[in-house]
Design a protein around this ligand. Structure first.
Ligand code: 8YV
Length: 312
């Protein structure tokens, strides 16, 4: 008998196809009446494969009391209430490590594009302005600048390596000092003060909500840049928008937003920011690796083995 699992969102197609072959899949995201959908399946669903932003909280867990495991597609599990899962003895897994290099590539691209304004340069050329308006205004070099990494985990370390190859210096702030060759700052305001570019890599969720707000942006100052590869929620988005509009910081590079895929349209007309549609891990290779890990976790659990990458 195939175990019954729920898909919370439309996700990686090949991963979902494999899961559909091995499990009896119920697509919550397609249900018009979600409460009725869950009620009908409440006694048979034993697992959740989470894709995307739909909150997986105590309310959902209580509607599916037979759930034993939640396997997320993605390293960030901020949409899953881990305390609620723990209280119900539900195992949660994610897809760490397999995306580190890819996300770090995107992070470096954000820094480079934000300081050098390369997307804006290209738009200038495509708009036919080069011949009429002359060269695009000079941008800012990466070399010699300090990249302050907020959240020096495995992805942060991969970003540091890349930034150093471009001649940047690295500092960081984490809750705890690590055994790494980079200077540590005791809080995020100090990190911002000591950095030219602040790179947000810290996980999303209640603990980091709005961590980068006015005080941090003031510390960064009018020549400072902020880049975010983590979660939109870590930055106070309305404050950031105002600081960009008023040139109170030099620029921002954003791969993530508070209410994705909706982005406040006021960002679209600003010259001092570079915007990516959450493509940190978005390559064929990396998404396959993430899907394989999610599948492996589900297979392990339902064949009575320990899961591979347990969060709680
Ligand atoms: C993906 C991510 O965009 O792993 C994460 O936490 O944010 C990204 O890699 C996401 O998981 C895909 O739905």
């Amino acid at each position: 008998m195939k175990p019954d699992i729920i898909f919370t969102g439309k996700g990686h197609a090949a991963t979902q196809a494999t899961l559909e072959a091995e499990f009896t899949v119920h697509k919550l995201f397609e249900a018009a009446d979600k409460a009725a959908f869950l009620k009908e399946r409440s006694q048979k669903v034993r697992g959740i494969a989470s894709f995307g932003h739909l909150p997986v909280d105590g309310k959902l867990m209580d509607q599916l009391p037979k759930v034993e495991v939640i396997c997320n597609f993605g390293v960030g599990v901020d949409q899953i209430n881990l305390d609620d899962a723990k209280a119900r003895k539900i195992i949660v897994t994610n897809t760490p490590d397999v995306l580190n290099e890819c996300v770090a590539d995107t992070a470096l691209a954000l820094v480079m594009n934000t300081l050098r304004k390369l997307p804006q340069c290209e738009a200038y050329l495509r708009a036919g302005k080069w011949a009429s308006g002359g060269p695009y205004p000079l941008a800012t070099s990466l070399g010699g600048k300090t990249l302050g990494i907020l959240g020096l985990g495995r992805i942060g370390e991969a970003i540091a390596k890349r930034a150093m190859a471009c001649g940047m210096k690295i500092r960081y702030h984490n809750r705890n000092k690590k055994d790494v060759p980079y200077p540590y700052d005791p809080d995020v305001v100090t990190l911002a003060k000591n950095s030219n570019v602040l790179m947000v890599v810290t996980p999303g969720g209640a603990e980091t909500r709005g961590l980068v707000g006015a005080k941090v942006l003031d510390a960064l100052g009018p020549k400072g840049y902020v880049c975010n590869i983590a979660r939109g929620s870590v930055i106070d988005e309305p404050v950031l928008l105002r600081y960009l509009q008023e040139n109170r910081i030099a620029g921002a590079g954003l791969d993530v937003f508070v209410d994705e895929p909706r982005v406040p349209p006021e960002f679209f007309t600003l010259e001092n920011c570079v915007l990516f549609p959450h493509v940190g891990s978005a390559t064929v290779e990396t998404r396959k690796a993430m899907g394989d890990l999610q599948i492996a976790n589900l297979r392990a659990h339902f064949s009575g083995k320990p899961v591979l990458t347990r969060v709680v």
